[in-house]
Design a protein around this ligand. Structure first.
Ligand code: HEM
Length: 235
């Protein structure tokens, strides 16, 4: 049962992600609205977007505290995922083994920015005003995932051989039985919930950043005449 659920969630995520980015990709971008100072060349654009993806540069300029919370959250999340890759590979590549310890620390550290991000919406009036229930639920869901993970790691152990057999079984389309641990089930089902919700949510900023016209355009409005194709329709 849970195996089928995993495949359905996987399909919704992949198709949803592709659909959303496809819609954004074919949307009209009629104007040069590059944020100044903008890059003049294509490598410059790549560099600028990489600055956004890895360093959240625009956010840094706008709000230092939110930048710190957001950046630590994402980096910790990344290292947690990298640590988890040990369940997905057999044999486990050496670089994943070497990252294990950082991943464990990241599991604890992530709770700090998560609580901050939650409180920030709750406590600051103007943030609460623009926050939807799903904004809170998403953060809460990630807290539940991290918390149940830490509980499994430190207090109520789960059989990791079972976990690995379960994940590898799913990946090789030879599903085996799920680990017999309630905590693992809560952890895993919460992850599935997060993944299935991803394409329909603000979490899609992970893909959307690449389509942001103020960030992905070259500042070449004086070299090239940009004709808006809508003009032909109007004329
Ligand atoms: C397919 C998805 C996932 C599986 C199968 C999985 C499984 C597990 C297991 C079995 C543990 C216990 C590790 C141990 O006992 O040593 C764990 C720990 C943990 N998980 Fe996950 N997990 C998944 C996704 C996630 C995600 C998306 C997060 C993001 C927040 C996360 C956060 C954590 C944390 C913070 C810990 C505790 C620290 C650690 O051992 O790494 N997990 N997970």
């Amino acid at each position: 049962m849970i195996n089928i659920l995993v495949y359905i969630v996987g399909a919704i995520f992949i198709l949803g992600f592709i659909y959303k980015t496809w819609i954004w990709g074919k949307s009209a971008v009629p104007l040069r609205i590059v944020g100044t100072p903008g890059p003049k060349t294509f490598p410059g654009v790549i560099l600028r977007i990489m600055g956004e993806v890895f360093l959240f540069k625009s956010l840094f300029r706008g709000n230092k505290l939110l930048w710190l919370g957001g950046w630590i959250f994402h980096i910790a999340f990344l290292f947690i995922i990298l640590r988890h890759l040990r369940y997905f590979f057999y044999p486990v590549p050496i670089w994943i083994i070497e990252l294990q310890i950082v991943g464990i620390y990241a599991g604890y550290i992530i709770l700090i920015p998560l609580v901050y991000l939650l409180l920030r919406r709750w406590v600051v009036d103007r943030n609460r005003y623009i926050s939807t229930p799903m904004d809170y639920i998403t953060l809460f869901l990630i807290i539940v995932i991290a918390f149940t993970g830490i509980l499994m790691k430190e207090y109520i152990r789960v059989d990791l051989v079972d976990v690995k057999a379960f994940i590898l079984g799913l990946l090789t389309l030879q599903p085996s039985i799920k680990p017999q641990s309630v905590l693992f089930l809560i952890h895993f089902l919460s992850v599935l919930l997060l993944i299935v919700y991803f394409p329909f949510s603000k979490l899609m900023h992970a893909g959307g950043i690449f389509f942001s016209p103020t960030r992905n355009q070259r500042d070449n409005a004086r070299e090239i005449r940009h004709v808006n194709h809508w003009n032909n329709i109007i004329n």
